[in-house]
Design a protein around this ligand. Sequence first.
Ligand code: AHM
Ligand code: MG
Length: 325
Amino acid sequence: MTGQARVSLTAFIADEQDDPHLGALVDAVASACWSISRIVRKAALDGNLGTTNCHNVQGEDQKPLDILANDEFFRALGQCPQVAAVLSEEVGEVIWMKAPKRGDFTLSCDPLDGSSNLDANLSVGTIFAVGQVANDGDRTVLKTGRSLRCAGYAVYGPSTMFVLALNGQVNGFTLDEDADDFVLTHPNLKIPPETSEFAINASRQAHWDDAVTDYVEGCIAGEQGPRAKTFNMRWTASMVADVHRILTRGGVFLYPADAQNRSQGGKLRLMYEAIPMAMIAEAAGGAATDGIAPILDIEPQGPHQRIAVVLGSSSEVSLIADGYR
Ligand code: AHM
Ligand code: MG
């Protein structure tokens, strides 16, 4: 940062839009992420690794940190008078914080995504999307991603970063713990349209559709194969870490619906995993589809709905969508 003006997240938001309430909300989310980052960093010291005997609404094991991160999120949002409703991966129903008024905000969040990585000390993250109440009394939280005001994630990796899609642009901020601030370090992130890197859980290959099998076989066939180039493969099993890598150096992420998970719609959740990441991908010049339609155009049917996700470099996403057709 030597020689460059230092821009904090708060100053950046104030400059980018004229709704002080949205700025206050993003600040509150960033402050929750900062607290979650601290809790994650100290988890082994505080005896917060391992699992609980509890399950979330989807029947998945809850880790102590899933619960602590969720509490932190609600604590921070409870201080924002303009937050009308919150939908969290860890809570069965949408929680109404107040009677909704036109202009209030609704939030969808996965407070700690990729938590199966915690005991191995690998990167995890927080994902969020911000919608807005259209009219006084309107309790519609399940809306398409096109109506969002902003979306983002925090990644708790070697450094803690806060990545925000707002006004059709994606910017990355790094937590400076000495200055108690998120600082703009990665302005105007763009996903390169072309890539030779893909990300998929290959252990599910036996259950894949032909479209996915053909795509992956094409990638691993190398110079002599139909793609005539060598592909690299990476899978972190932490969506935030995988998407962050794609934002910084390109690539394509696939968590398709397959023979095993299709009855549920796929694995990843539409409202607080697929939609926010799709908004980030599109704002960074990439694309996101469920194989049939852009994820941002999908009408949600339920708060914890699951969906197939393919996102990243636009040329690969359209190739995979062509395979589905
Ligand atoms: P979670 O919300 O329960 O952590 O699950 C979501 C995570 C994503 O971060 C990641 O892409 C995926 O699950 C990994 O799944 P798998 O274990 O099948 O590789
Ligand atoms: Mg998750």
